[in-house]
Design a protein around this ligand. Structure first.
Ligand code: NAP
Length: 259
């Protein structure tokens, strides 16, 4: 299927590894030019070089912490008229809520709620004027079924979800489409850190933890970043003009509800 977005420009945040990288690669395969962000320069430049080597698209990089306002300003300056915005940032730390203080909560809310909202604010009016925009927020399956040790994520992402539910309906008539993409377990560094945390807590080996997690997922495995990227690219395509404000869950069927 031709996604109809060749030649467009995308900002992809937190994109040197994992789900952000998978999304960037999938967009490049569709001919989308990219401005990629992450904090670590080395991995960011390696990812940019890999994409440039594989696809005939322009790839620029902007290193820095996307949860900081000056970095966001430089990111938008590097791509002043984006057609696509993929919001992403590292997830907050795991732990019991009693361990976290207001500063921890402020960091989580800043990275996983305020940062995407501020980036949407920076690009939205241009998208409205150009009558094309696709915004995908990478959130988490925890939005549908909160995960006990991820209380910071459960709380912060709920705020973003509520905001997007309202805004997406205000802008859809101008062909600006905003959806949230909710990963379940995908094989990334972040998941591997979770495996180590849960194995330690349960007193089992990491291999046993992996086996148990995969066995209880209806798909019997973890997702791949390629699968994630393909769905992200579709949500950035011409074809989703009538699909907005959705929580698109990619979890192998782990969430058992009908809605
Ligand atoms: P990952 O493999 O650890 O990759 C994270 C990427 O984001 C890296 O490129 C990292 O590069 C970049 N990054 C992290 N914090 C950043 C920041 N403040 N500013 C700019 N770039 C930043 O993680 P992932 O698995 O792809 O997860 C992406 C998001 O999905 C996270 O919010 C995570 O909580 C959520 N999620 C993941 C899963 C899963 O199974 N993988 C499930 C549910 C939700 P630098 O470190 O160099 O900045």
């Amino acid at each position: 299927m031709d996604l109809g977005i060749g030649g467009k420009w995308a900002i992809v945040c937190a994109a040197s590894k994992g789900l952000g990288k998978g999304s960037a690669v999938a967009l490049a395969r569709e001919g989308v030019n990219l401005v990629l962000n992450a904090r670590g320069v080395e991995a960011l430049e390696a990812t940019a070089a890999e994409i440039r080597g594989a696809y005939p698209v322009q790839v620029h990089t902007l290193a820095g912490d996307v949860s900081e306002a000056p970095v966001r300003a430089r990111l938008v300056a590097a791509c002043p008229a984006p057609d696509i915005l993929v919001n992403n940032a590292g997830g907050p730390p795991r732990g019991d809520f009693r361990e976290f203080n207001p500063e921890d909560w402020q960091k989580a809310v800043n990275a996983n709620m305020i940062t995407p909202i501020e980036l949407i604010k920076a690009v939205l009016d241009g998208m409205l004027a150009r009558r094309f925009g696709r915004i995908v927020n990478i959130t988490s399956a925890s939005v549908k079924h909160p995960i006990p040790e991820l209380c910071l994520s459960n709380g912060a992402r709920a705020g973003l979800t509520g905001f997007v539910a309202g805004l997406s309906r205000q802008v859809a008539r101008h062909n600006v489409i905003i959806n949230n993409l909710l990963p379940g377990p995908f094989n990334t560094d972040r998941l591997r850190a979770g495996i180590r945390f849960n194995a330690r807590a349960a007193g089992r080996s990491e291999a046993e933890q992996v086996e148990q997690m995969q066995a209880r997922n209806p798909a019997g495995r973890f997702g791949s970043v390629e699968e994630f990227g393909a769905v992200c690219a579709f949500l950035c395509s011409q074809h989703v003009g009538f699909m907005t404000g959705q929580q698109v869950l990619l979890d192998g069927g782990a969430y058992p509800g009908t809605t």
